[in-house]
Design a binder for this molecule. Structure first.
Ligand code: HEM
Length: 194
């Protein structure tokens, strides 16, 4: 059953959440690791290609997830939360959504702007076209450097938001002792549901 009542998430929303959580945390660690490798090594090239491929999987999932969420609104936040806490939670979630789109898109622009003109081939099978890079960004080197900065600081911001997100989920579970985390793990009816 695709449960999505006012107090719970459905199976699809839960599957999107955890699949994307694993992929995004993995991509953050993978991205930081691969940039420490010797840039001209063949293995580095393969790892960059894998990073780009998984990034497109994240972008595709993000599109479907947002579409799903628009049709199946998320359950309300717990009643006992302070209005400022609720505002912070909504802003945090909006920031996470923005960054799961911004990370792949800035990465795609970075690869498109690169003076090396390296093609992106998804999982070594499906070529992806380069995006048109605005002339206003200057030479290819300048445009690539611009998107590299966005991608890098976007990653740092995403790491910060993920840390706060996880801390908030744990606070709900262990301190407030409400169903916020449980309902993102299971579709079983929460306490007080009829
Ligand atoms: C969820 C999606 C993504 C995440 C979380 C992510 C994360 C990261 C991180 C953390 C880095 C290291 C940043 C640094 O220290 O400079 C990185 C580097 C990089 N990413 Fe991504 N990335 C994503 C998607 C993509 C996509 C879709 C592409 C290209 C199509 C891409 C291309 C690159 C490239 C080329 C680098 C290396 C930059 C350099 O050489 O300094 N990324 N990414």
């Amino acid at each position: 059953m695709l449960r999505n009542t006012s107090s719970g998430y459905g199976r699809i929303a839960i599957a999107f959440h955890w699949t994307m959580a694993v992929l995004i945390v993995g991509m953050l660690a993978f991205g930081l690791y691969m940039t420490t490798l010797p840039p001209t090594a063949a293995e580095t090239f393969q790892l960059y290609q894998l990073h780009k491929s998984v990034g497109f999987v994240v972008l595709t999932l993000a599109v479907f997830r947002l579409g799903w969420r628009l049709v199946n609104p998320s359950p309300k936040l717990p009643e006992g939360m302070h209005p400022l806490e609720k505002l912070a939670a909504h802003l945090g979630h909006a920031g996470l959504y923005a960054l799961i789109f911004a990370m792949p898109i800035t990465g795609w622009f970075m690869a498109s702007a690169s003076p090396w003109g390296i093609p992106t081939v998804l999982f070594n099978v499906q070529p992806v076209p380069h995006l048109p890079v605005p002339d206003a960004l200057g030479t290819k080197e300048q445009a690539e450097a611009f998107f590299k900065i966005l991608h890098k600081y976007g990653a740092f911001l995403l790491i910060a938001l993920v840390v706060v997100h996880v801390a908030a989920a744990l606070k709900h579970h262990f301190i407030a002792r409400d169903d916020t985390l449980k309902r993102m793990v299971s579709t079983a009816p929460a306490k007080g549901d009829s």
